[in-house]
Write a protein that binds this ligand. Structure first.
Ligand code: AMP
Ligand code: MG
Length: 311
């Protein structure tokens, strides 16, 4: 028995899946197939994806989707409608206007921003739970699941790995980590997860946490950004202004059992005052670590058990 790791690239990010098994190759091949399947299903940029079909038919007709996709969109809509949520899965028109992270990135005019903002109301995303039909009721609307899809996919991969009887694994979808069981290579048996220093190159960590059977997902201004006319713009858009969120927060990491929840909350609470995040964390059962300008760290109380530095 040994660990074997699949390395691949998808969603514009590096992916690593390590599993402990005596015959890991066929299982890792299926993981790769599942990654491709979900990417094709949920991509905003692939014209053939189910998400593109929904978007292409905005104001025209509803599209029937499978159970899993329906539940994902339903959860995305619910969390987009929560008070004080910075998540809105209907920000497709704005994501497209800015194109942050691509060569075509630009700063849109106020007129274009205001026009796009009119097409982002999650109430106009109509879901029929009896038929799994999804309908964007206004032309010009589009959904973008970039803020929640990786968490969903990580959970789906883990479900498959558990079905295969895997007792120890780590799934890393670039800033989106899901651990399963104990790390049999570590003396503490925990998975050590480094928190990226937002101002340094990738792999330079500000601190390290140890955990198992949990997911940790980070939203960060450094994850995807563009320089336009000498100014830096990051990829997390304020649903109210249509511009990149103006905040001292550089990253927000959420620790939670399910990767989908961690992914949802990391975007939903990005840029929200930490005291409010702390309140929400008790209510919803997650932990959070925020890094602010000047490398100031804030932790929810529950993080004590994950920290090896002094608390
Ligand atoms: P995350 O890294 O999980 O916070 O997701 C950010 C990605 O989701 C961006 O790259 C966009 O594709 C999309 N996005 C940007 N701003 C938002 C937002 N406020 N709500 C939902 N999705 C967003
Ligand atoms: Mg997210």
């Amino acid at each position: 028995m040994t660990y074997k790791t699949l390395h691949t690239k998808l969603f514009g990010t590096n992916i690593k899946i390590s599993i402990y098994h005596n015959n890991p190759d066929p299982i890792l091949s299926t993981c790769e197939m599942l990654l491709t399947y979900y990417h094709k299903l949920l991509s905003f940029y692939d014209d053939e994806s189910i998400i593109s079909k929904i978007n292409q038919n905005a104001g025209i007709k509803s599209i029937q989707v499978d159970d899993e996709t329906f539940k994902l969109i339903q959860s995305g809509k619910l969390h987009s409608l929560e008070e004080k949520s910075n998540l809105n899965i209907c920000l497709g028109p704005l994501v497209k206007l800015w194109d942050i992270g691509f060569d075509s990135a630009k700063v849109p005019s106020d007129g274009k921003l205001n026009q796009a903002l009119k097409h982002t109301d999650p109430n106009n995303l109509i879901l029929d739970k009896y038929t799994n039909n999804v309908y964007l009721s206004k032309k010009g609307m589009s959904i973008n699941l970039g803020a929640i899809a990786k968490g969903f996919i990580a959970d789906a991969l883990l479900t498959y790995l558990k079905e295969q009887g895997i007792i120890s694994a780590i799934i890393d979808l670039g800033g989106n980590i899901l651990t399963h069981g104990f790390n049999l290579k570590s003396p503490t048996l925990n998975w050590r997860i480094g928190l990226q220093n937002p101002l340094e190159k990738r792999g330079i960590h500000l601190t390290t946490l140890e955990l198992n059977d949990l997911s940790i997902v980070t939203s960060g201004v450094y994850e995807r950004k563009s320089i336009v006319n000498g100014n830096a713009y990051h990829h997390i858009i304020n649903p109210k202004t249509g511009r990149p969120l103006n905040t001292n927060m550089l990253s927000l990491s959420i620790i939670s059992k399910e990767s989908l929840n961690a992914d949802i909350y990391s975007t939903m609470y990005f840029g929200i005052p930490f005291d409010e995040i702390e309140l929400a964390s008790k209510d919803k059962g997650f932990d959070a670590i925020a890094i602010y300008k000047g490398n100031i760290l804030r932790y929810t109380k529950g993080c004590r058990k994950f920290r090896r530095d002094e608390c």
